[in-house]
Design a protein around this ligand. Structure first.
Ligand code: ADP
Ligand code: MG
Length: 335
């Protein structure tokens, strides 16, 4: 099991009125790549907090650079049978969806379409070059966790039951969602069609509940099955997760429904950070059973690779939430 925690600072947006930039990337030594995020103390501007990550990407980082540095290197491992999990964590408005999904223009495409493109390309290569007629199948499931309930995003919102889908622990220690749709994808076009449809389902469902999709975790699972002519099977899974916003909704809106949501969101995000912490310390006991999200991901229970991307907005208007998300993403240290 290996875990990386990286931070990405988004640029200032044109529409933004607050132009007071307080978050910046820095290096441990001059000329070295960025590994430090600096932010002033909210109580005393003269005091500065520094948080250290495996890597820090500043506002000028392109979608391509992020993908090439943080995700591409794992494509090979994925086809060797390792599971790969990618998380975007951070306050609403900091660029999680931009990082994971991205825009429609080719250069704006995020980690997910690039990952799928890489998987299809590599899958074709494996099939073509294998000596034993390996067949590669790519199957997709996509679901969200809202208020600690699991909903299939490949099904229309009308098909949802109030309790959501149940979980089941398998003999191998993994937890599966019972009744989740799995759809085979032949190529990137196939995937994109499904992905757009599913994201529309997510928005429709949220609108019906008078909620916002930033309050649910969206989890895309790509299962790769490689079957040789003599029947040997190798499976691996890539999971890409756009987490709910990590801000404390209680501060801004304290009606009852929001309080319930906030408690569920904060608990699962808290458990996630505890798991990442425990994994990065090399602990034997990972508290993954404490929330549905971490249970489903069997976080720390597989021998795979996890990359957590902490998204940050550089502006003063995000000060307290930014500080708290930096603190939670733990491996961070204060100097
Ligand atoms: P989140 O999903 O964390 O709530 P979004 O991904 O929706 O945040 O980003 C908020 C806004 O900032 C969007 O308009 C998005 O296009 C823009 N944005 C985020 N990151 C970047 C970036 N690296 N470059 C350009 N625009 C960005
Ligand atoms: Mg989002």
């Amino acid at each position: 099991m290996s875990v990386r925690v990286v931070a990405r600072i988004r640029p200032l947006l044109e529409k933004e009125l607050d132009k007071d930039i307080i978050v910046c990337a820095d290096s441990a030594e001059e000329g070295k790549p960025h590994t430090i995020v600096k932010i002033p103390s909210p109580k005393n501007e003269a005091e500065e907090f520094s948080f250290t990550f495996n890597s820090v990407y500043d506002q000028s980082t392109s979608q391509e650079t992020l993908f090439t540095s943080e995700v591409q290197p794992y494509l090979k491992s994925l086809f060797n049978g390792l599971d790969v999990t990618l998380f975007a964590y951070g306050v609403t408005g900091t660029g999680k969806t931009h990082t994971m999904r991205g825009g429609l223009k080719l250069a704006d495409r995020g980690v997910i379409p690039r990952l799928l493109s890489g998987i299809f390309r590599r899958g074709k290569k494996v099939a073509k070059e294998s000596e034993n007629d390996t067949m590669v199948e790519v199957a997709l499931s996509y679901y969200e966790i809202y208020n600690d309930k699991v909903y299939d995003l490949l099904e229309p919102p009308e098909a949802r039951t109030p309790l959501g889908l149940p979980l089941r622990a398998e003999a191998n220690g993994k937890t599966v969602v019972v009744g989740l749709t799995e759809r085979t994808c032949e190529d990137l076009k196939d995937f994109e069609k499904l992905y757009i449809e599913a994201n529309n389902n997510r928005v429709t469902a949220a609108t019906k509940l008078n909620a916002h999709s930033s309050r649910s975790h969206a989890i895309l699972r790509v299962k790769i099955t490689q079957t040789t002519a003599d029947g040997q099977v190798l499976t691996s899974t890539a999971s890409a997760i756009d987490l709910a916003g990590s801000e404390d909704n209680r501060r801004t809106d304290n009606n009852r429904e929001r309080l319930v949501e906030s408690a569920a969101i904060n608990k699962s995000l808290f458990v996630l950070s505890q798991c990442i912490d425990a994994i990065s310390r090399g602990d034997k006991r990972i508290p993954y059973r404490e929330s549905k999200m971490t249970r489903i991901l069997s976080l720390g229970q597989n021998n795979g690779i996890t990359v957590m991307i902490l998204n940050l907005a550089p502006l003063r208007s995000y000060h307290l939430d930014t500080l708290s998300s930096l603190t939670v993403s733990s491996r961070a240290k204060r100097i």
